[in-house]
Ligand binder design. Structure first.
Ligand SMILES: C[S@@+](CC[C@H](N)C(=O)[O-])C[C@H]1O[C@@H](n2cnc3c(N)ncnc32)[C@H](O)[C@@H]1O
Length: 256
């Protein structure tokens, strides 16, 4: 397997890739929510809700410790919060792009939501080992500079029996895949450029990076092998909307 991680144009190593990703998200933060909803015709909301519902049992436990890593502007966290009872331990919402995180913080404050923001790198979480019941990441994992290191870090912070959920894009096959490829590689970058403004590059702007990063992301069988090799059990992938996106799930093996 040759999988390593995201490689934005111009990045020469993992540190350079992480820096480029952080700078890109800081730059698009003011338009991120609008673009997301326009480009996905609001289907992203359904995906966040569906992923959150998958973890409703652990979320219903008031004391369970939950991390939304790569939380961006906080919409996945908001979906998770729907399943949290009153007075539950706050969900930790972490990201390394300050401009994205500050928008999440404002959203949580405005809605008096039970979530706390944390500026942190997914590959070096400032959290104790075996401290979390659930780690979720929506459309963030694909951007990590090293996928295996990310899976290992999430495994470290999960308690034995703790659950992982990774929601991300994939490339469907067949006719849907062909139609979607045209949208994703041609229409989406053009709309992205329109909304992001005339200064955005035609070849390496954030909405050119998006289809490139999905193309470079391991397909489900490879991703599941990577999860198992990183110590997860009960690994599975649930396709959403013809496989345009999907939810990876796995557990840190319980102590026997
Ligand atoms: C496409 S956005 C997804 C945001 C949000 N989860 C959502 O569903 O809309 C990806 C996010 O991952 C964050 N990210 C990428 N690499 C990261 C890393 N190594 N550590 C922390 N956050 C990271 C970016 O800053 C960005 O906010």
């Amino acid at each position: 397997m040759t999988t390593t991680g995201a490689k934005p144009p111009g990045a020469e190593d993992e540190a350079g890739a992480a820096l480029a990703v952080r700078q890109m998200f800081d730059a698009i933060a003011p338009r991120y929510d609008l673009l997301n909803h326009v480009l996905s015709a609001n289907v992203d909301r359904l995906w966040w809700r569906r992923a959150a519902r998958r973890f409703r049992t652990v979320l219903a436990e008031p004391e369970s410790a939950v991390l939304d890593i790569c939380c961006g502007t906080g919409d996945m966290t908001m979906a998770l919060l729907k399943y949290r009872p009153q007075g539950a331990r706050p969900i930790l919402a972490a990201d390394f792009a300050r401009e994205m995180l500050s928008r999440a913080a404002r959203k949580f404050d405005a809605r008096k939501a039970g979530a706390m923001v944390l500026e942190a790198d997914a590959l070096h979480l400032p959290l104790p080992s075996a401290s979390l019941d659930l780690v979720v990441s929506a459309f963030g994992f694909r951007n990590l500079a090293n996928y295996e290191a990310g899976l290992r870090e999430f495994h470290r912070v999960l308690k034995p029996g703790g659950q992982l959920g990774i929601l991300d894009f994939s490339e469907p096959g067949g006719l849907v895949g062909k139609a979607y490829a045209v949208y994703f590689r041609r229409v989406l970058p053009a709309i992205g450029r329109l909304v992001c403004g005339p200064g955005t590059s035609r070849t390496d702007g954030p909405y050119n990076y998006l289809p490139a990063s999905v193309g470079a992301f391991p397909p489900p069988p490879e991703m599941l092998t990577l999860m198992e090799a990183s110590g997860y059990v009960e690994c599975a992938w649930q396709p959403y909307t013809f496989g345009i996106a999907g939810l990876y799930t796995g557990k840190r093996a319980p102590v026997v």
